[in-house]
Design a protein around this ligand. Sequence first.
Ligand code: CA
Length: 235
Amino acid sequence: MSSRILVVEDEYAIAALIAINLRHAGFEVLLARDEVEARGHLDTVLPDLILLDWMLPGQSGLSLAKRWRTEVRTRHLPIIMLTARSEESDKIAGLDAGADDYLVKPFSINELLARIRAVLRRRAPETAEMALEVAGLRLDPALVRVTRGGQELKLGPTEFRLLRYLMSHPERVHSRAQLLDRVWGDQVDIEERTVDVHIKRLREALAVADCAALIDTVRGVGYRFLRVLPPSTAG
Ligand code: CA
């Protein structure tokens, strides 16, 4: 599958030139002229990498990079910033905002491709949409699908993210605060009790496939996801 790249650039000529060359190199390209169009793409399908222009109408690429870094959905997305500025302080500001790399205009297409490939290689383990399988339960991030024994389970988006996180760290005990940080992330005003509500919903969804007991309550601490269903409590 080819990597998908979102290009956020308001200057049409530059965006078109980048798009032609990236497509020629085998990438799938999405174009956005501003934050609103970029948001539209991000809400639909996450790209594998964002090329982000520094100077955009309305909001700077810098503040966009900062914002995306604080949002759960986009926090791990690789970002390469494009800019006409070349001063060292701007470069540091871009990297501080969470950009993975930085390219000063005008740049050669070969240099752009080399930077993109390098960033994608570095980020590969985090962006990999690998399916997880624990105790017969299978979670496929690419299809947003959870099954057990061929049966599909219905989960809300928060329950899906919660389950994905838990299944990525089986047997580890997580406090409510840790789960809030890792699964909810940017919504810092949420109460810890919210975690219990979503754990309850997740258990209800898992109960349909007789595996609610995979989520273990660790009294006074939090929750953990078991590798194996406890025999006495199956269901
Ligand atoms: Ca621009």
